[in-house]
Each structure stands twice: as C-alpha cells, then as structure tokens.
Design a protein around this ligand. Structure first.
Ligand SMILES: Nc1ncnc2c1ncn2[C@@H]1O[C@H](COP(=O)(O)OP(=O)(O)O)[C@@H](O)[C@H]1O
Ligand SMILES: [Mg+2]
Length: 338
C-alpha cells in the first residue's frame, strides 16, 4: 500500500485538509474553545465556532490564527493535532504532510507547526508558501519560466504574488481582506443608521448583497440589529448600492497592492501576466464584482479560481507532484532549519 499524503491549508478563518486519492476530507473554522479554569479544551473547529461570541466567562473561544499570524501557539498546535488525528485516525502508514502557512509567519512559529504535525503522527512534514499552493490549486504549472500573478484574499490578509520557475519573484501582503469588508458593513450600519449588528450578520449581508462593481439599487436585504439610541431590536432594508461605498473603500486597497506589485515586477514577467491574466483565490475573492473591478482598473484579464476557498488546500495536497521544489521535509522540529 502506497503511503498517504495530506495537505493542510492553515487558514486564519478556515482549516482545510486535502488527502491524496480522496480530495477535501475536512473543512472547519479555525477556532478553539478552552475552559479557562481547568485549561481543558472544550471543542475545536465547527464545535468551537458555535461558541464564538456566546460563551460564559470561564470559556474562551477564539481564533488562534489572527490577521495572518499565529497569535496563540499552544491553541494552534492543539488544532493541528486534533484535525490530523481526525482525518488520519485509521491509517496504517504514517502520512507525509505539507502545510501551507500564513505568509507573515515567523521561524519560531513555523517550527511549532512542524512540531505539532510530527507529534500528530506525520512521517515527514513540508512547508509551502501560500501563493505557490494557490497557484498549483488553480491548475497553473508553476515550474515554467512564465510569470503568473496570484491574488489570494482570505479572512485577515490579502497576498499578492508573482510566481515564475516555482518561486515567488515579488509579493506583498496587506491586512485588508474578507473580514475587513464585514467590519466596513458594521461601521456603515452604526454610523449611518445607528444600528448595531454582529460580525456574523455582517458577513451574511456581504455574501448576500455585497458588491464592488456596478451596484444595483434594486438588490436589497433585510438587516436585523439593535438600535443604538433606543436600545431596541430593529429591522431595516438596505440595498447593494447603500453598502457599496464602504466596500469599495476596502477593495481599493487591494487594487493598490496589485498595482504596486506589478510596478515592481520585471518587464518580461509583466508581459506574461498581461497574456496569462490574474488569478483570484481565497474566500474573500468571492465578493461580487471583484474580478470585474480589477479587470477594469488594471486592464488585465482576471479570473476567479474554480474553487476559491479550497484552492490553497488542493494545491498544498498536490504539491507532492513538485516535491523537489518544496523546502526540505522535516521529520521533527529539531531538524527544522531555514
Ligand atoms: N460567497 C462569499 N462571498 C463573499 N465572501 C465570502 C464568501 N465565502 C467566503 N467569503 C469570505 O472569505 C473569507 C475567508 O476566506 P478563506 O480563504 O477561507 O480565509 P483564510 O485563508 O483566512 O482561512 C471570509 O471573510 C468570508 O466571509
Ligand atoms: Mg487562505
């Protein structure tokens, strides 16, 4: 029996695991809930997500990866171990694991991630950079001497990168992504309508009617929240056009970083990008109108990857096809070197 290979996208919003021969086997929110008195882990993933914002004082439900960095090492390790065990529980042979880590991660944090995977039973652990994984997942042959631009928009960060010959030529990471669109909606509701809404409600509105190109005043939704002046629950109808200015302000920052990466990219590769187009990945890229907005402003063809949310995980799992291009694999954290 051939050994099993798995790829883990260690996203700040969602953790997704791809297994060779099976495809996506796990997709859960990156949340851990802990009893702060006993220190006991009460839930990981979906289970812990349900507790977010609804916990009594002694329970702490939080996202250990925040804004594209690891804000809590211990909880991140618990989460990695739990998820690997969940998908590999009955495997006879220890798997090889590739992990896609957030771009801003430090050396110490990378080591902790490797350690967690090894102690969860990985035979060998590889790390891969997110734009490379996203490109493989989008079906691009990364080994060619051909410039490709990938824009991955997650929950906390947007990563813009130019790839050629299996390496990153230019890249930029900014802290503007999906969650910032949600925050912009919350701010709009409280400043313009004096209504307080929660993060989950804001995300729902974004998915339903959020748009960053040619907004339609006839597309509307009902928003429920609490009136900040009267303190009472209230319902109000909002259109796509109403929230557009708040959302375009965020999208413009993404546009600026795309422009700045293109400006610093060598001319041959810019030529390639004009031929190949720009590929968008990540859940944040699913906001309506984003490909059209970038296409219209930058004058380059823009496509949304087929599975924007799963793209990085798929590419991480398939990265074993490019094994010689990956960083050296680690069998334990002490062999970890950069
Ligand atoms: N259909 C959708 N429309 C707009 N935004 C979406 C949609 N689906 C997911 N998102 C957003 O994608 C972001 C998460 O993207 P993801 O790639 O899973 O993040 P991460 O890499 O940080 O784990 C969230 O902000 C979420 O609201
Ligand atoms: Mg991601």
């Amino acid at each position: 029996m051939a050994g099993m290979d798995i790829g883990i996208d260690l996203g700040t919003t969602t953790i997704i695991i791809y297994m060779s021969g099976k495809g996506i086997v796990l997709e859960e929110p990156s949340v851990v809930a802990v009893n702060t008195i006993t220190g006991k882990v009460l839930g990981v993933g979906e289970e812990a997500y349900k507790m977010l914002g609804r916990t009594p004082e002694y329970i702490n439900a939080k996202r250990p990866l925040k804004d594209g960095v690891i804000s809590d090492h211990e909880m991140t390790e618990i989460m990695i171990k739990d998820f690997i065990k969940k998908v590999c529980g009955t495997l006879m042979i220890k798997p090889r694991v590739t992990i896609c880590v957030p771009s801003a991660i430090t050396d110490v944090e990378s080591r902790a991630v490797v350690e967690a995977a090894v102690s969860a039973g990985a035979r060998k652990v590889y790390l891969i950079e997110e734009p490379i994984a996203a490109a493989i997942g989008a079906g691009i042959d990364i080994s060619l001497p051909n410039g490709q631009m990938i824009v991955d928009i997650g929950g906390g960060t947007t990563d813009v990168a130019v790839i050629s010959l299996s390496g990153i030529v230019k890249s930029k990471s900014i802290r503007v992504a999906g969650n910032h669109f949600d925050q912009a909606i919350i701010k709009y509701m409280s400043s313009t309508h004096k209504i307080l809404i929660g993060e989950k409600m804001a995300e729902k509105i974004k998915r339903e009617i959020g748009c960053v190109y040619n907004p339609d005043p006839d597309i509307k939704t009902i928003i429920k929240g609490r009136n900040l002046i009267k303190g009472l629950p209230e319902k109000i109808e909002i259109s796509q056009e109403d929230i557009y200015p708040s959302l375009i302000a965020q999208a413009s920052q993404i546009l600026t970083s795309v422009r700045s990466v293109l400006d610093s990219t060598p001319p041959e590769l810019v030529g390639d990008i004009y031929t190949n187009g720009i590929v968008l990945t990540g859940g944040g890229a699913m906001i309506k109108g984003l490909p059209e907005l970038i296409k219209n402003e930058i004058k380059v063809n823009v496509v949304l990857a087929d599975n924007p949310v799963e793209c990085v995980a798929i590419g991480t799992g398939k990265s074993f096809d490019y094994i010689e291009d990956l960083q050296e694999g680690f069998t334990n954290a002490s062999t970890y070197k950069h």
